[in-house]
Design a protein. Structure first.
Length: 197
């Protein structure tokens, strides 16, 4: 843990070379990058590990959602809106077209992507300086938002009690999603201004 802390503090002391990207990029550039992150989210959905005790697979999407919101700020939610819109139109969501995926057992995670991207994007736009631990805490909290909303809808659709919904829809993903949040935090140091020492 001490080595991890030292590495993070070392990153904090370096300047973030792309933290002005959002301010300096044009509208067209931001829309294009939002579309890129929508497509990356779709690709990350193909990285799928099926677990025997839950109908919800492990995917790489949470990492892309978090990175997209950090890079794009308020345009991060647009990226996830694009992903859901294209996914519903083209049947990306396990072959389901239209709104069927949004009301299904994994629909809560899709909704969670949008909410987490909105929350994180707003924070990125409003907060001017970040410490590394603040980045890790915020990204981890946004990952929890995704898992919590996903578990809530899973429980409602399957008629589960609260504990079973958590066991099937949230607890199996906590450790992996926290690791994704830490990975995203490392990449985020390029896009968020480090706090002055």
């Amino acid at each position: 843990m001490q080595v991890f802390d030292t590495v993070l503090r070392g990153r904090q002391l370096t300047s973030a070379p792309l933290y002005r990207w959002r301010e300096e990029s044009s509208f067209v550039t931001k829309i294009s990058v939002a579309l890129l992150f929508a497509l990356l989210t779709a690709l990350a959905a193909q990285v799928r590990i099926v677990l025997p005790f839950t109908p919800v697979p492990l995917t790489g999407q949470v990492l892309v959602v978090l990175l997209g919101a950090v890079v794009l700020g308020r345009y991060g939610v647009l990226s996830q809106g694009m992903y859901i819109g294209m996914g519903a139109s083209f049947g990306w969501f396990t072959g389901m077209v239209g709104t069927a995926a949004l009301v299904g057992i994994t629909g809560g995670y899709l909704i969670g992507f949008v909410i987490a991207a909105f929350v994180l994007g707003e924070m990125v736009e409003r907060k001017k300086e970040w410490s590394v631990w603040q980045i890790v805490l915020v990204l981890s909290s946004c990952a929890l938002i995704i898992d919590a909303i996903g578990a809530l809808q899973l429980g409602l659709v399957l008629g589960l009690d609260v504990w079973d919904a958590l066991v099937m829809g949230m607890l199996p993903f906590l450790l992996v999603d926290m690791m994704k949040a830490i990975m995203a935090a490392g990449a985020s140091s390029w896009f968020l201004r480090p706090r002055s020492s």
